[in-house]
Write a new protein. Sequence first.
Length: 437
Amino acid sequence: MSVKHIGDLKKTECYGCSACVYSCPFGAITMERDSEGFRYPVVDEEKCTGCGKCRKICPSICPKDMSNAPEPESYAVWADDKLRMDSTSGGAFTLIARNILAQGGVVCGVVMDEKFHIFHTIATNEKEIEPMRRSKYVESDLGDMFPRIKELLEKGTKVLFTGTPCQVAGLKAYLGNKREGLIAVDLMCHGGTSPKVFERYLDETFGRENVKRFYFRTKYYGYNGTTCAVVLKDGQTYMGSGELDPFVKGSYRSLFLRKSCEDCKFASMPRQGDITIGDCWGIAKYKAELSDGRGTSLILVNNEKGRKIVEEISANTQVFEKVPLEAVTWKNRFKEHMQAHSQRDRFFEMLDYTSMHKAVKYCMENRYDVGVLGVWFGCNYGSIATYYGLMKQLQGLGLSVLMIDKPGFVGSDRELAEENHSRVFANTHFHVASAIN
Ligand SMILES: Cc1cc2nc3c(=O)[nH]c(=O)nc-3n(C[C@H](O)[C@H](O)[C@H](O)COP(=O)(O)OP(=O)(O)OC[C@H]3O[C@@H](n4cnc5c(N)ncnc54)[C@H](O)[C@@H]3O)c2cc1C
């Protein structure tokens, strides 16, 4: 791969970790949201000298760190019951965070503010780690965390960083070999959701200003339930199920996925953190007593630094059991490739002209409002432009459009037409129905 600077990296390759932003000696790079709402580096060409530093530290371009265990030891862990009920899985994060705080260190994790902005911040005490609890299944804003962590490490402060595997890879790449005092915990991760989608969902469903609290997952119906909970300012509570709620449904079916999450080199072993934490999915199949509906954490010990901490926290658990890796990996993502929903791109396109609720429904059910039957791929520019204009007008009315070939236009006739410039244009800009016999 050869790119001039980081701004030339394809969207499928950029994890949005922000390491490049703070490695640029000229301040030429900023993180900005794209039309889908994901964060990407944008390079100011006036300031860029082409020094290439951003490419040298980019975890996507550089070879993956392979120093951790290829088959780490794995543990099923329960914190106390109250902590488990306040956490996403079995409470492993808080146990690790308390350990680092007790050593005089600080914790970098993810919180959500009253405007539902989801971002990394630094906690220095138990009270400040409380809002970091519970997964927020949306891409977090790393802000200036990397240089702040560097500064803390240089002063000799221990720092626990928790984040997705690509964020951990980005931080390690940014720090280089000056990582003394860093404890990195990566999460098992199926991929990030766009903050824009989350905000649109809140605005359209409840009105963001009416929401007091949002829980991405609740154990109200048991640990395996895929239900979100929304506490409204008027006192009502809404529960969104994985079958009916558009945000939960779309998230779990990878409709809102960041492009780079489809092929993530950090999802596989060896992991990037000293420790990996996640849900211990599938543990009941191995041993039913390890799954009681309140949440079980999976902990992977990836190296000696991680082992020391895991051994220390084991004294504060009610369950701490070594389990075979195969017993806990069958349902979790350890593969680099994960298929996004087939209509993922259409979903983001629909967000530009209709509601998030409608876009989810139509993409899940493969629905359209209007079928256009005509010679919409005629080989003259007038025809192409007319149909393109028609489609745009219809979209302007909030309608989703499907282009339909005349009946009988099948087989070699259709195959030959695929090479025409008008058909190439159509396949790029229209949604084209499969052939009708
Ligand atoms: C985007 C995402 C996808 C995930 N996918 C899976 C999965 O497929 N399988 C699986 O087993 N586990 C997954 N997890 C991890 C899981 O949901 C729990 O976060 C993890 O098990 C820790 O739970 P806990 O009970 O130990 O602690 P909790 O107290 O619930 O801790 C939450 C931890 O997650 C961090 N966090 C919260 N939101 C974010 C965010 N947006 N970005 C980065 N870090 C965040 C917090 O800083 C804290 O460290 C995912 C987490 C995220 C954020």
